[in-house]
Design a protein around this ligand. Structure first.
Ligand SMILES: *[C@@H]1O[C@H](CO)[C@@H](O)[C@H](O)[C@H]1NC(C)=O
Length: 166
């Protein structure tokens, strides 16, 4: 527990020192990291099936988030070796449920931004993101006002995503 708190504080220190991202140019890069119980954990693209990545949430002691950038209100990941840019695809979510967030080649879901706290927003809302374990690794899900009984695991954690420096 002490280690977890120390890690959270270390990352809080880094993010307050980071420059304001809202004023940066389109195409300039940042890294998204989880907040809350998983403060500082890294967002990593992981191949799922042809042309589709899931977004894992991994320990910051081992992993560094894939660099992100905006083009308009599309959120992209800068993936080494990818022939075309991958952007975030938000799922269709039945009310009260969550569904998996993916990234795919090309322009997918518009409506992303950062708020004054540098939290990632979708349709102006920073809430609704979840880390749920899939084969013992957290993956990114979305579902505003999800009902606990509908979550894919009792170990799902509600998180927000904060932009910080590279
Ligand atoms: C932004 O998207 C437009 C339209 O898809 C594209 O033409 C342009 O090259 C992109 N800019 C950057 C910096 O990726």
């Amino acid at each position: 527990m002490y280690g977890l708190i120390a890690t959270a504080l270390a990352f809080a220190g880094i993010s307050t020192a980071a420059p304001t991202l809202q004023t940066r140019q389109v195409g300039s890069e940042f890294r998204l990291r989880a907040t809350g119980t998983l403060a500082g954990w890294a967002l990593i693209n992981a191949h799922s099936d042809a042309g589709r990545n899931v977004i894992q949430i991994q320990r910051p002691s081992v992993y560094q988030s894939d660099p992100s950038y905006f083009n308009g209100t599309y959120l992209f990941f800068d993936l080494e070796g990818a022939p075309v840019p991958y952007s975030v695809q938000m799922p269709e979510v039945p009310a009260g449920y969550v569904a998996q967030v993916t990234s795919q080649p090309g322009d997918h879901t518009p409506g992303f931004g950062l708020n004054a706290e540098q939290l990632l927003t979708w349709n102006s809302n920073a809430e609704g993101f979840w880390a749920c374990p899939v084969n013992d690794v957290f993956e990114l899900f979305y579902g505003p006002n999800a009902v606990p009984a509908n979550l894919p695991s009792t170990k799902c954690l509600e998180i927000q995503l904060q932009a910080g420096g590279l």
